[in-house]
Design a protein around this ligand. Sequence first.
Ligand SMILES: Cc1cc2nc3c(=O)[nH]c(=O)nc-3n(C[C@H](O)[C@H](O)[C@H](O)COP(=O)(O)OP(=O)(O)OC[C@H]3O[C@@H](n4cnc5c(N)ncnc54)[C@H](O)[C@@H]3O)c2cc1C
Length: 307
Amino acid sequence: MREVDLVVAGAGPAGLTAAIYAARSGLSAVVLEKNTIGGQVALTPVVENYPGFANVPGKRLMEIIAEQARHYAEIHEGEGIEEVKLGRNVEAYTSKAVYVAQALILTTGATWKRLGVPGEDRYFGFGVSYCSTCDGYLYREKKAVVVGGGNSALTDALHLKNLGVNVTLIHRRDAFRAEKYLQEALAKEDIATVMHAEGHGNFGRRHHGHGRARAGRLRGDEREIPTDAVFVAIGLHPNTAIATQLGLTLDARGFIQTDRANRTSIPRIYAAGDVTGGSQQIVNAVGEGSTAALSAFEDLTHPYWKK
Ligand SMILES: Cc1cc2nc3c(=O)[nH]c(=O)nc-3n(C[C@H](O)[C@H](O)[C@H](O)COP(=O)(O)OP(=O)(O)OC[C@H]3O[C@@H](n4cnc5c(N)ncnc54)[C@H](O)[C@@H]3O)c2cc1C
């Protein structure tokens, strides 16, 4: 059994920042990560919108943040939290140990849904993207296909169009699920749509000499759409297994609900980063991670908790 002030679940940007801020407030913290350090950023080929770094490989950025975090807290990779019990203390169970803490910060992130078509993995980062905010800027004056029919897909299509991307939206049903105002904006912007279609087969074919996705083949009429990029926008799963186990309040989309100080519905449990929804960007994750840690410090040093 290990005793610490604070357990952080997840070593992505939110979790590592929470550890830095907690330790610098005087709390002892341990970060437990079920896979490897870096979260989704470690899988991102290039990051161009994190202030201070004009262009940095995602893995490198996370190595820099992890190196800083290691000065302040232990980070245990390959040690996911499997169960949490709540009493006066928080008990976090992993396959290796039990951690008894006064508070818990959940920074377990979210997982983008994949289409599961040939070429999707191979061309990820080379024309296949899940994040128009992250990669849209690279395709100004170029062609892109957005796959999906919900709020995210239509927002992505509008975002890309606004950047000057020649965008086509493809959706497998005959009607969009997105809110009406987004559908109206789509029509107003005159964005091309292909309904009853899905990314299929030759998706992400490598164009000789470019190494970028060049084609989206659609089911039905087997039409091929030459494109420089394919943005997959079919949804995001928040990683809320622990939150659900604890009975934390989730929002309508299934993300952990927090207040502005990243407190959840249960005292001394905080949440930060993609698992809370929001803008789902690194800069937001680090911001929320710091806020959660400062809230934990404030709560744990409160006279009520101290006695
Ligand atoms: C392909 C792609 C490209 C992107 N590009 C950019 C970009 O250019 N710029 C930008 O700002 N954002 C980008 N993003 C978004 C950015 O990666 C996320 O907003 C950010 O990683 C969120 O950080 P996080 O710490 O909240 O979660 P994550 O990075 O998802 O980290 C969560 C961590 O928690 C761990 N975990 C989950 N469950 C448990 C458990 N039970 N116990 C212990 N650990 C657990 C996971 O293994 C993971 O390591 C991109 C995302 C993707 C998918």
